[in-house]
Each structure stands twice: as structure tokens, then as C-alpha cells.
Design a binder for this molecule. Structure first.
Ligand code: SAH
Length: 457
């Protein structure tokens, strides 16, 4: 028996109305103020639900029957939507998703950032929100002795074979299926996570949407890849536009995909892609935005908010391979980029050279340590752009921004909660959040990306 005595009990069947969605896309119903989370239910819907878990302040339930449907509900276009877990919002119309993301940002800015009056624009969506990903990372395993490659069944480590993913570019689907068939033909063993045995752990396909370049990465448990020569020859024969075949070795018991060692098996170490007028070299392990069409929209917005006139000094913190830095360098006097991954900075330097930029300086290190050092050297940026990972900006970095006193900060965020927390710090330090532009980088998933303009009061 559960000790908790609240408005609901486990296994109770109850009729509720859904009021909202959580950040991970579950419906929220309130029973006398008590929150019930109900996966796959949509706001406005009346649901007959069965309570499956009861905690102290909130519980979980599952849909038994939908009594009244939301006008935004659609049939999930993907046949494996319910097993896969890669997408979370295929039961919600695309328009509904864009509204959900805007509201998500608004609510979080109000709740965590105490910023109830900031303008949050409508989410900029895609005209054709399918097949947008330029990178596929597909786990390989074995079922009853046969090699399979596809996706992990939701909340498990069982790999289900798959040849088609509706948010993946067709080229990548073709590459993965082709490599899978070649691996089967040559008797390559899929990796067995439990026994830590087998050869092929992942197949990664990268596609330069604007150049057509294709890269294949075979991630293996050890150095050895039986029939390597034949496999390479067949990949070249079967995949037109292949520019690079790379092997990466990951001998560890881990769910991290890439290992430390990378070898080029055939072709170049890099493929190329362009965003706007700028060309980027992308290596097997580099971070590069996965939705190239929306990346352009996102970077254009960041550049727009930076309001550069040609004379400015700009810092791009968390710069990756220098994508935003080079966008800024087109319109600034001097750009400084900082990033923690050394390979990304060598790519960034290569990209600056490739495009003939001489007004960018890149440094390897933690942005929170490199920025104070720049400050000590006398660097006084007019504009600071930050694009941190999900955990947001380090406190020390925010302190340094306040010391540097730029006219403007442009914050590119993939997590509204940490964005809101950081905006509060900047607000308390004399800055004002002017406007927020959500950009849909990941249609059919709950991921929310936005660009924010912050100015000195
Ligand atoms: N602006 C780039 C990359 C953004 S992703 C782009 O649009 O492509 C965030 C980046 O921050 C990653 O490249 C990650 O390696 C880097 N990073 C994470 N923690 C960091 C830190 N403390 N200091 C500097 N860079 C960091």
C-alpha cells in the first residue's frame, strides 16, 4: 500500500482535462491542484486515464480512452513512432508544435527568469519539416545471430532494425542501409553491449546538404575490421558522392558513440558544407548543427541581433568549429572565438583560412577561463555571442560579461530553463532582455532553440 494519501491513488481510473504540456511533451492534468503527467495526451483533450504512479506532489497516468480530441491531434506519420522515442511530438500538428515551443519559452522565462513581459516571437518553423537531419548515428547489434542497425527501443538497449527515418535525409538512410547490407554480406559481427563482443558498434553518415559530400564513419570495438578492403571497395561502388570513409575505434564499455582513435580508410579526412556564403570543413567528430536549413535562419538572426557595422570587436563563446564566429567576421572588425574541444578549434582555424578571414582569433579552453584572460589582456568586446551546451553559461563567464560591459549580448540557447536562469543574472547586472526568437531546429521533437537579444540598460 502506498503511504501517500492524496487526491488520486495508484490504479485509479479518472476522467481529466489536459491543461498543458511538459518540456518533454507529456500532457499535464490537475486534480485538485495535484499534477498528473500523461504521456501523449494534448492540451484541451478530455482523457479517461489510469493512474500508474503516485508521488508526493505529482503522479503519472496513462491514457485509457480519449473522450474529446484536440483539433491539433494528428496521426503520427512515422510507423515506428511509438517504439522509437527519437521523436516525441508526432501526434501534434506542426503548427501546434511551433505554438508549444513559443509557449514553453514564454512560460520558462516568466517562471525561472522572472521575465513576464519579454517579447517572445512566433517560432520560425520549416516549410517542409521532414528529412532535415544531415547526420545519422545508428547503433549496430545482433538479433539471433543476424546483424541489425536501427534504433534503441524506447527505454531499453534492444536495437530494432530500421531502414528509414522520416526526419533523416534520404541520403543518410541510403548510406546506412547500404553499409548494413555490405557488412552482412561480409559476415561482420554487430556489437553485443552486454557481452562487450563483436565488431561494428555504430554507423555514422554525414551529408553536406549544399555540396552533396558524403562521409561514412564505421565505429568498431577494436582495430580489426575483417574484409576491410572489400568493404571499402563496395561502399565506394554503391554510394555516389562518397568523399570520405573513416574508421573510429571505441574499445570501451560505454554508451558514448565515438572513441579516441580515428583513421581515414579512404578519401579525405573532411567533407565540406556551406552555410550562406561560408564554407566549412567537417571532420568525423566535429560538432556541426544537424539541420542545415534552419541553421542558416538561426545564424542570420544572431547576426541580425548583433547589429554589426564593421568596426566592432566581438567574442563568440562556445564557438565549436567557428560557424557563428565566421558569420560575425563578415561584418565585424575582429572576432574572438573560444571552445573547449581542441579538434574543433583546429577545424575553426582551418575554416577561417579556407574562407580567407584574417580578423578571427581562436582559443582552446573553457570559455569561463579564457574570457577573464582576454579581459586582462585588454580585450573590450562591443558584442558577446554565447551558444552554450544545455547546462547553460558558467557563472564565472556571466560575471566576466558584466565586467566587459558589451553593448549587446546575443544568447543562442538550446535549453530555455538555463537560458532563463542566465538572463536573470544579466538583468540583475544592468542588462535588459529585448526580444526572443525561437527557431525550430528539431521538428517533431521537444527540443527548443532560441536566439535572444540582450542590451545594456
Ligand atoms: N556555436 C557552435 C557550437 C555550439 S554547441 C555552433 O553553432 O556550431 C556548444 C559548444 O560548446 C560545443 O562545441 C562544446 O564543445 C562547447 N563547450 C562546452 N563547454 C564549454 C566550455 N566550458 N567552454 C567552451 N566551450 C565549451
Amino acid at each position: 500500500m502506498s503511504k501517500y494519501e492524496g487526491p488520486v491513488t495508484k490504479n485509479e481510473v479518472i476522467d481529466v482535462t489536459i491543461e498543458d504540456l511538459t518540456h518533454d511533451g507529456a500532457g499535464v492534468a490537475k486534480v485538485n491542484g495535484y499534477a498528473l503527467f500523461i504521456p501523449k495526451a494534448l492540451p484541451g483533450e478530455k482523457i479517461k486515464a489510469k493512474v500508474v504512479k503516485v508521488k508526493k506532489g505529482y503522479g503519472f497516468a496513462r491514457v485509457l480512452e480519449t473522450l474529446a480530441e484536440s483539433p491539433d491531434r494528428i496521426e503520427a506519420p512515422c510507423p515506428i513512432y511509438n517504439q522509437c522515442g527519437g521523436c516525441q511530438l508526432q501526434h501534434l500538428s506542426y503548427g501546434g508544435q511551433l505554438r508549444f515551443k513559443q509557449k514553453q519559452v514564454k512560460d520558462v522565462l516568466e517562471r525561472i527568469g522572472q521575465l513576464p513581459n519579454v517579447t517572445v516571437h512566433s517560432t520560425i518553423g520549416m516549410e517542409e519539416p521532414w528529412r532535415y537531419r544531415n547526420k545519422a548515428q545508428v547503433p549496430v547489434g545482433e538479433i539471433e545471430g543476424g546483424l541489425v542497425a536501427g534504433f534503441y527501443q524506447e527505454r531499453s538497449h534492444r536495437i530494432i532494425d530500421m531502414d528509414e527515418c522520416l526526419i533523416q535525409h534520404e541520403k543518410n538512410d541510403h548510406v546506412v542501409t547500404t553499409v548494413k547490407n555490405i557488412a552482412r554480406k561480409y559476415g561482420i559481427r554487430g556489437y553485443d553491449e552486454e557481452k562487450h563482443r563483436g565488431t561494428l558498434r555504430h554507423v555514422v553518415a554525414r551529408y553536406g546538404k549544399h555540396t552533396g559530400d558524403i562521409m561514412v564513419v564505421l565505429i568498431t570495438k577494436g582495430q580489426e575490421l575483417p574484409n576491410k578492403k572489400n568493404i571499402i571497395e563496395e561502399i565506394i561502388k554503391e554510394i555516389p558522392n562518397i568523399k570520405s570513409i573513416v574508421q573510429n575505434i571505441n574499445p570501451k564499455r560505454t554508451n558514448v558513440i565515438f572513441g579516441e582513435k580515428t583513421m581515414v580508410l579512404w578519401g579525405d579526412e573532411y567533407i565540406y558544407d556551406t552555410i550562406g556564403d561560408i564554407k566549412f570543413a567537417i571532420s568525423a567528430r566535429s560538432f556541426y548543427q544537424v539541420n542545415p536549413e534552419q541553421t542558416k535562419v538561426l545564424y542570420d538572426k544572431a547576426l541580425d541581433y548583433a547589429k554589426l557595422t564593421g568596426g566592432e570587436t566581438v567574442i563568440d563563446a562556445y564557438c565549436g568549429i567557428g560557424t557563428i564566429s565566421l558569420f560575425l567576421a563578415q561584418q565585424a572588425k575582429q572576432v574572438y572565438g573560444v571552445e573547449i574541444v581542441p579538434e574543433a578549434i583546429s577545424d575553426a582555424k582551418r575554416n577561417a583560412k579556407l574562407n580567407g578571414f584574417e580578423n578571427v582569433t581562436f582559443a582552446v579552453g573553457e570559455a569561463e577561463n579564457v574570457m577573464p584572460w582576454w579581459y586582462a589582456q585588454g580585450v573590450r568586446p562591443d558584442v558577446i555571442v554565447v551558444d552554450p551546451p544545455r547546462k547553460g553559461c558558467d557563472e564565472k563567464l556571466l560575471e566576466t560579461i558584466l565586467k566587459m560591459q558589451p553593448k549587446r549580448v546575443v544568447y543562442v540557447s538550446c535549453n530555455p530553463a538555463t537560458l532563463a536562469r542566465d538572463l536573470r543574472v544579466l538583468e540583475d547586472g544592468g542588462y535588459q532582455t529585448q526580444e526572443v526568437q525561437p527557431v525550430d531546429m528539431f521538428p517533431w521533437t521537444t527540443h527548443v532553440e532560441c536566439v535572444v537579444l540582450i542590451e545594456k540598460k
